[in-house]
Design a protein around this ligand. Sequence first.
Ligand code: ADP
Ligand code: MG
Length: 273
Amino acid sequence: MSSPVRKLESVTELKPQPMVTIDDVTMAFGSFVAVQNVNLKVGDGEFLSIVGPTGCGKSTILNAIAGLLKPAQGKVSIDGSAVEGVQNNIGYLFQQEALLPWKTAFQNVELGLMFRRVPEDERRTKVLAWLEKVGLKGFGDRFPRQLSGGQRKRVQMAQALITEPKVILMDEPFSALDIHTRHLMQNELLRLWQEDRRAVVMITHDLEEAIALGDRVVVLAAGPKSRVIESFPVDLERPRNVAEIKLDPKFMTLYRDIWASLRGEVEKSYASR
Ligand SMILES: Nc1ncnc2c1ncn2[C@@H]1O[C@H](COP(=O)(O)OP(=O)(O)O)[C@@H](O)[C@H]1O
Ligand SMILES: [Mg+2]
């Protein structure tokens, strides 16, 4: 028989706390206030997209979640624990080539496990499994320069996901790729994410990408003192094909609504340049 206490616990299990909480966060560089009083919650397994004009503070917010930058005010927490210093339960996917050029694909994917002192046998098994998952079976011995842009992005994805992070942070992850490779990689990412949903915070200036991938799109105001101006749930079925979903009438309606909110901010940011 379960005790009343146990019952109470199961009630809280039904309402899990957010995986990421950004509570009244202000970020400043000296006297320059980049973002002010930002409140955001990201659910476990939720894919949150954040859009906003260039320079509005998107990367700054991501760096606060990662513990790379400390808020001037407010608090960030991950899974209920305050973020203080660099976090090791996070996976990153960046626009830049983050691979070490002197290490092979295998060795690059292996890095996170090395840092965590995972035994060699287990590392090998996991790395081979992840290389296969991202479509790079047999490519483990190649160096980054011997891989295409898309293949390098696949290595980056394996690198970010192999440690099974609680939160995945993405900063314009696909913007350096040509449009076809971009669609391919976005679909690959969705496929991997769908298998084992984690909380994702993806920032992008590409509204189509934000909608096609996200469960929700948050719009940030032009900086300085950027803030959240609106949040739009993305009610599109999954699994999604990012190239095809753009033709869905629901996608187009959403695009129009969010663009109506984003447009003014983009114009403001041009005017202040
Ligand atoms: N290390 C820094 N020192 C001073 N200002 C910075 C620094 N990093 C970012 N900024 C400023 O903060 C604002 C937000 O930057 P960022 O978060 O990179 O914008 P986004 O990613 O939205 O393009 C910009 O005005 C930028 O110039
Ligand atoms: Mg940025």
